[in-house]
Design a protein around this ligand. Structure first.
Ligand code: NDP
Length: 231
C-alpha cells in the first residue's frame, strides 16, 4: 500500500491505520521529515521523474507492485478570485489534480498487470459544495471526481476500483492554517458541529481498501459530519 503525503495529517493517519491492520505500507513525503515508524520515500508529486523514482523504490521495498494507492497529497492557496494569481491557480491544480493523475497513472501500471487494485483519491466536500476563497482548490478537488469516475469505467473490468473520499474539515495543519474566525465558521456549518479527527478519515479509507468494499467503485464517499449532504 502506498499513501502520498503520508508524513503528517490525514495521510499519516491512513498509513498508520494500514500498518496497524497488518499491511505493508509505504509513504511519500515532500517537505516534512519522513515518519520514524514507516517506510518513506521523498517525492514531489508535481514532478513526473520524482513519481517514477518513488514508485521504483516503493515497489522494491514492497517486493511487488502497489496494490492500494491512497492519493492524499494536496495543498490549498486560498484567496478571493480577484486576488488569485495564475500561479495560485496553476500550482494548486498541478499538485491536487495533475499530481494525483501522475501517481495514479504510475500505480495502474502494476494494477492492470495484476488485474486488481484499489485507487482511493482524497478530494474534499469543497469540490462538491464550492467555497468562497477556494476556487482553485475546489476546482482541483471537483476534477478528481470526473477523473475517478472515468477511471472506474476504464479499469473496472480489471477489478480495479476507483473511489473518492470527500472529507469535511479535519483537524490537521491545513485547518490550523486558517484564522480562528474561519475555523469557527466552518465548524458551525457542520451538522455534527465539529471537525473530524484524521483517524476518522483513515477508518473510511481502510474500509474502501478492504475486501468488504470490493463492489464499490466510482463512489464519492462523504466523511464530512453532514456538511455536504444532498450533493
Ligand atoms: P496537510 O496540509 O496536513 O498535509 C498535506 C500533505 O500533502 C503533506 O503530507 C505534504 O507533504 C503533502 N504534499 C503537499 N504538496 C506536495 C507535493 N508537491 N508533493 C508531494 N506531497 C505534497 O493536509 P491534510 O492532511 O489536511 O490533507 C490531506 C489531504 O486531504 C489533502 O489532499 C487535502 O486537500 C485533503 N483534505 C483535507 C481537509 C482538512 O480539513 N484538513 C478537508 C478535505 C480534504 P510534506 O508535508 O512532506 O510536504
Amino acid at each position: 500500500m502506498l499513501v502520498t503525503g503520508g508524513a503528517r495529517g490525514i495521510g499519516l493517519a491512513c498509513a498508520r491505520r494500514f500498518a496497524a491492520d497488518g499491511h505493508d505500507v509505504a509513504v511519500t513525503y515532500h517537505s516534512s521529515a519522513p515518519p520514524d515508524d514507516l517506510f518513506g520515500v521523498k517525492c514531489d508529486i508535481t514532478s513526473a521523474d520524482d513519481v517514477e523514482a518513488a514508485f521504483s523504490q516503493v515497489e522494491e521495498h514492497l517486493g511487488g507492485p502497489v496494490e492500494v494507492l491512497v492519493a492524499n497529497a494536496g495543498i490549498a492557496r486560498d484567496t478571493l478570485l480577484l486576488r488569485m494569481s495564475d500561479d495560485d491557480f496553476e500550482t494548486v491544480v498541478d499538485t491536487n489534480l495533475v499530481g494525483t493523475f501522475r501517481v495514479v497513472k504510475r500505480a495502474t501500471r502494476g494494477m492492470i498487470r495484476a488485474r486488481s487494485g484499489r485507487l482511493i483519491l482524497i478530494s474534499s466536500v469543497v469540490g462538491l459544495l464550492g467555497s468562497a476563497g477556494q476556487a482553485n482548490y475546489a476546482a482541483s478537488k471537483a476534477g478528481l471526481v470526473g477523473f475517478a469516475r472515468s477511471l472506474a469505467r476504464e479499469l473496472g473490468s480489471r477489478a480495479i476500483t476507483v473511489n473518492v473520499i470527500a472529507p469535511g474539515p479535519v483537524e490537521t495543519d491545513m485547518i490550523a492554517a486558517l484564522t480562528d474566525e474561519r475555523r469557527a465558521e466552518l465548524t458551525a456549518a457542520v451538522p455534527l458541529a465539529r471537525a473530524a479527527s484524521p483517524d476518522e478519515i483513515a477508518g473510511v479509507v481502510a474500509f474502501v481498501a478492504s475486501d468488504d468494499a470490493a463492489y464499490i467503485t466510482g463512489a464519492v464517499i462523504p466523511v464530512d459530519g453532514g456538511l455536504g449532504m444532498g450533493h
